[in-house]
Design a protein around this ligand. Structure first.
Ligand code: MTE
Length: 320
């Protein structure tokens, strides 16, 4: 069941609960009791963790957050897909440890008035950071709930003033096999690239993330800058971005290029369109006990209210 808080454009910053309240001790105790009572002690996250570190003191809570309990920091940072650091789930945490992400530059290219190469700090400075708790559904059939810190991609795109020819946005991950040893193996077409249609990129749910659980983004989760598109399978949420290019034609995406029959350009979460090798009807929530039944997967990962209109009239079995 979707527990997304409805978009209410009139919401004033003063109506948003301050972070200090969100993480206060009383709430922590209440939440912990509820969560622990729900079973699986120690595996489900306690949101208080974010306040204790607080790398982003100016971040505000987002109206788009789900109220489902977040996965633990441990789960989120130890079970990863990041092929640049290896193909097993534990490789990115192990092999990404020494990955240097400062300094980091991002190149803005293509169909925009303002192109250029920007220091990450300079690039993200103008935007209001938010904590957004999103479901992430992996195409492999598992899911997590992750409290990201980031800002709206739409706000950033507006700053660069796209031309009328900008129909798509292409994102590229760093290519540096010395720093990302997984790139020495030809398991994917490197560098990893992903793309969105312009209206998908401009949707208020689309997030550029720089942290999670109130901490600077861990390397294994895509430091220092990654995309998060919560209604699409996780592989669209490209990590460690160094280039954002605005294009007139549909970008080539790594997974689509690697296995076009299995991974389409759109990659919207859709329980009615099976992967050719497995069903997409249900998902296993990481961190839940193995005896619990799998969760039914929702169309657009439960974010249909905000995004279904982007696909009106499209045959989603053809444009998967
Ligand atoms: N981005 C890059 N550059 N390389 C990758 O291998 N894996 C994708 C996506 N972004 C991947 C990537 C996949 S398949 C998933 S499910 C998510 O990252 C996982 O994000 P997480 O490890 O933060 O949960």
């Amino acid at each position: 069941m979707s527990l997304i808080i409805k978009n209410s454009p009139g919401i004033k910053p003063s109506e948003i609960t301050p972070e200090s309240d969100y993480y206060n001790r009383r709430q922590f105790i209440k939440q912990s009791a509820a969560v622990l009572g729900a079973a699986w002690a120690g595996r489900i996250a306690m949101p208080v963790q974010a306040a204790q570190t607080g790398d982003f003191p100016t971040a505000i809570k987002s109206q788009y957050s789900t109220r489902e309990p977040a996965n633990s920091f441990e789960d989120i940072t130890s079970y990863n897909n990041f092929y640049e650091f290896g193909t097993s789930k534990t490789d990115p945490a192990r092999n990404g440890t020494g990955f240097q992400t400062d300094p980091w530059k991002v190149s803005i290219e293509g169909e925009v008035a303002r192109t250029g190469v920007f220091d990450l700090d300079e690039l993200i400075k103008p935007y209001q950071l938010e904590e957004r708790i999103y479901r992430l559904r992996c195409v492999e059939g598992w899911s997590m709930v992750i409290p990201w810190t980031g800002f709206s991609l739409a706000e950033m795109i507006k700053q660069f003033q796209p031309t009328s020819r900008a129909k798509y946005v292409e994102f590229t991950t760093l290519y540096d096999p010395e720093r990302m040893p997984g790139q020495k193996r030809r398991v994917l077409h490197w560098p990893y690239t992903e793309g969105l249609r312009m209206d998908e990129a401009m949707n208020p749910l689309t997030l550029m993330a720089v942290g999670l659980y109130g901490k600077t983004m861990p390397n294994q989760n895509g430091a220092p800058l990654r995309l998060v598109v919560p209604w699409k399978y996780g592989f669209k949420s490209i990590k460690s971005i160094v280039k954002i290019r605005f294009t007139e034609t549909q970008p080539v995406c790594t997974w689509n290029k690697t296995a076009p029959k299995e991974y389409g350009f759109y990659s919207n979460v859709n329980p009615s369109v099976d992967h050719p090798r497995w069903s997409q009807k249900t998902e296993r929530r990481i961190g839940r006990p193995f005896w619990e039944p799998k969760i039914p997967t929702q169309l657009f990962n439960g974010y249909g209210e905000q995004v279904a209109s982007l696909y009106t009239g499209m045959d989603l079995t053809k444009y998967f």
